[in-house]
Design a protein around this ligand. Structure first.
Ligand SMILES: Nc1ncnc2c1ncn2[C@@H]1O[C@H](COP(=O)(O)OP(=O)(O)OP(=O)(O)O)[C@@H](O)[C@H]1O
Ligand SMILES: [Mg+2]
Length: 394
């Protein structure tokens, strides 16, 4: 059995993305000239956004400090409730850990002072006076703890660069699964707050990424004409592998599996070039066969549950209303708002609310007037469940 990564690929199993890496590095290298770009990385579920950014992290020059946080982790640890405060604490912790990994007198001092301040954070006493003094951040003595915390956290990266005496040229902050910040009480205010600091900081670049549709409310909120960044963010889409890349990938990472020309063509059609599916599908194949179009198709349906394993997990997290909308889109294909309203069993307000949620989660998008599913294999999986079990997945 082949053994392609189902988690993040190792250095050895990572394939290509040369062009993407080069472009991203170009944007970030501008930090050395005191130019900070903000970047929004979008792309289908499983297309390789996280893998690409993790790879990027390893390839940035020494003088750039990189921090990565994953909002879904915070979400998970809080059983679905997140707050601005928690995000700030996580961000500070991640930044400080990155600072701590460096080997320098100033960075060591910053690290241990902030680490000390953390002991108090758990008691909700945000006392950053000592840390603020080192970094030159005038921490206001205000009663509102969250404001004090957020000011310190948001000013931290730029101040670290400034106090590093040239050792650091910039900080890159990667925020993964950012669409989940839509679940905050007031995401607008939070994004505006980040933007207000970001625009003052010439050595801090933010990269937001997540599985969300390019047309989602959350992308609008962030970078739409009336959004916090008002279109000034660089929107960077990670595309699925092309047919040629799929061929190259299989050849390089899975040489033991043999295809006829039309078998390979069919494999590409089934996976649509999405690495998550290429890996799960590839892992079900056997080295003793030569796969043609027919046997690829047969294997695809036989091993459907294994190939679409990520949907089983995601489906389990959806609410009944979300499932109802998705099933209606599977059954009837793309639909307008009024067609959907006729088919589903709830009010206008509820429909509007859940359509937004599904868009934020990157499960559906809208083109002109119609809503459609974002992922072909979600559709195939739901349909196939109905055929094999007699009912839609509960
Ligand atoms: N360049 C690559 N080379 C090899 N494998 C890859 C590559 N990119 C992604 N993969 C594989 O594809 C799968 C999905 O990748 P990843 O989690 O990075 O996608 P994602 O876009 O972040 O997905 P999600 O939207 O669910 O967060 C992983 O199993 C990973 O190993
Ligand atoms: Mg990801």
């Amino acid at each position: 059995m082949p053994n392609l990564p189902l988690g993040l690929p190792s250095e050895k199993s990572f394939y290509n993305r040369e062009g993407e890496l080069k472009r991203l590095k170009n944007y970030l290298n501008a930090l050395s000239n005191d130019i900070a770009e903000e970047i929004l990385v979008t792309g289908y579920r499983g297309v390789g956004k996280t893998s690409l950014l993790k790879k990027l992290m390893n390839e940035l020059p020494e003088n750039i400090l990189v921090t990565y946080i994953d909002i879904s982790r915070i979400y998970g640890s809080q059983k679905g409730e997140i707050t601005e405060e928690l995000i700030m604490i996580n961000l500070l912790n991640a930044m400080n850990d990155a600072v701590g990994k460096r080997d320098g007198e100033i960075t060591n001092k910053i690290y241990s002072t902030v680490k000390n301040a953390f002991k108090k954070i758990s008691m909700k006493e945000y006392d950053f006076k000592n840390a603020g003094a080192i970094l030159g951040i005038a921490v206001p003595d205000i009663k509102d703890n969250y404001r004090k915390l957020s000011q310190f956290v948001m000013e931290f990266p730029q101040k670290v660069v400034e106090s590093s005496k040239g050792e650091l040229k910039g900080v890159v902050i990667i925020i993964d699964e950012f669409q989940l910040m839509g679940g905050l009480k007031n995401p607008h205010a939070f994004f505006w707050m980040i933007r207000s600091y970001a625009q003052e900081q010439s050595n801090v670049s933010y990269i937001f990424t997540g599985s969300t549709s390019k047309t989602s409310e959350i992308v609008e909120m962030m970078n739409g004409p009336n959004g916090a960044f008002g279109g000034r963010m660089i929107q960077f889409n990670v595309d699925p592998f092309t047919k040629k890349e799929v061929k190259g990938y299989l050849h390089e990472k899975l040489p033991e599996i043999k295809f006829t020309e039309d078998g390979l063509e069919r494999f590409y059609e089934c996976t649509r070039g999405i690495p998550a599916y290429i890996n799960t599908f590839g892992n079900t194949m056997s080295a003793s066969d030569v796969y043609n179009s027919e046997t690829v198709k047969k294997t695809f349906f036989d091993k459907m549950d294994q190939i679409t394993v990520m949907w089983i997990k995601i489906w389990g997290t959806l609410s009944p209303n979300e499932k109802e909308i998705l099933i209606s889109l599977v059954e009837n294909g793309p639909q307008t708002w009024s067609e959907l309203l006729e088919k589903v069993d709830f009010t206008r307000g509820t429909l509007a609310k859940y359509l937004d949620i599904l868009k934020n989660k990157g499960l559906i998008s809208s083109d002109e007037k119609r809503y459609l599913l974002d992922d072909h294999l979600l559709e195939v999986w739901v349909k196939n469940k109905k055929i094999s079990d007699g009912y839609y997945p509960p």
